[in-house]
Design a protein around this ligand. Structure first.
Ligand code: 2NE
Length: 270
């Protein structure tokens, strides 16, 4: 892909090409750990990708080959969260997790090296994960005085099963790519040198498909586990489809033309 870089970011790289947006966490010297600035920028980049009508699929990855993301930056962790230049402690990765879940386009985690701690949760939140053979997965919270009881816990359990999720969190072991594939944590493992080509191939296959069908499927699959918030998203998609129908447009047109709406030509389906 001939990636075109855009945006003025400090901690991330935002690129687009061939209908794909690639968002790269760019703090390799800290194994791509995130700080508040990283997350503000990731949120802006995901928003840009959502709004861009040319973009159908999004890749989330980390710079270099050592890490996808090592979670919250422990060196700037204060007593009530991760502290940025404004001196305020934040856990703003939770907002990013929700944004990835709600974004109506597939998000693919492209993982080389470590996906651990809050970085592991990010890949769990992505729709698909393609891993290099050097990938390492795991949670570290109980070792460093942290935990993610939201998506990090129950979405992980939904993905790998309750017993395995408890093992991952309680023991804080690391798992290699083959082990992750065996437990259904990743979709495909490839040699490191083929990681981007393989991920792009998966993106191209999705780009060939009906965007509305993919949108509805993402919403439907997430609605089951996101409860009322998931239903709200799915209901919004139902409204979108309804707005696109002549039946809904008759209501709108009648209002604008100051006449009674005529819905008589629309069937009352069984
Ligand atoms: C990732 C891992 C296993 C890599 O190990 P290795 O041996 O390959 O590299 P090394 O030397 O540990 O790391 C390279 C540099 O990156 C920094 C290291 O400190 C080191 O820099 P120097 O000290 O040599 O200058 N680095 C790596 N990870 C960092 C991090 N997360 N924060 C700040 N600096 C980091 C190994 O580095 C590791 O285990 N990292 C820590 C993983 C971790 O515990 N993450 C936080 C989990 S909690 C969390 O993310 C979270 C949550 O649970 C809930 C809400 C929000 C966040």
């Amino acid at each position: 892909v001939d990636w075109k870089r855009s945006g003025d970011y400090e901690d991330i790289i935002y690129e687009t090409g061939e209908g794909i947006a690639k968002i790269t966490i760019n703090r390799p010297e800290r194994r791509n750990a995130f700080r508040p600035t990283t997350l503000f920028e990731l949120r802006a980049a995901f928003e840009a990708a959502r709004d861009d009508g040319e973009v159908g699929v999004i890749i989330l990855t980390g710079a270099g080959t050592e890490a996808f993301c090592s979670g919250g930056d422990q060196k700037i962790r204060g007593d009530d969260g991760y502290v940025g230049p404004d001196g305020i402690g934040r856990l703003n990765v939770l907002d990013l997790q929700i944004q990835i879940r709600r974004l109506p386009k597939p998000v693919v985690a492209m993982v080389a090296g470590y996906a651990v701690g809050g970085g592991h949760v990010l890949h769990v939140c992505c729709d698909l994960t393609i891993a290099a053979d050097n990938a390492v997965f795991g949670q570290t919270g109980p070792k460093v005085g942290s935990f993610d009881g939201g998506y990090g816990a129950w979405l992980l359990a939904e993905t790998v099963g309750l017993k395995k999720a408890r093992e991952i969190w309680y023991l804080c072991r690391f798992y290699n790519a083959a082990e992750a594939e065996a437990m259904g944590l990743v979709n495909k493992v490839v040699p490191l040198a083929e990681l981007e080509a393989e991920t792009v191939q998966w993106c191209r296959e999705m780009l060939d498909k009906s965007p509305l069908a993919l949108r509805m499927l993402k919403g439907a699959i997430n609605a089951v586990s996101d409860g009322a918030a998931g239903m709200q998203q799915f209901a919004g998609d139902a409204t979108l489809l309804y707005y696109m129908s002549e039946e809904a447009q008759e209501g709108r047109d009648a209002f604008k033309e100051k006449r009674r709406p005529d819905f008589s030509r629309f069937p009352r389906r069984p």
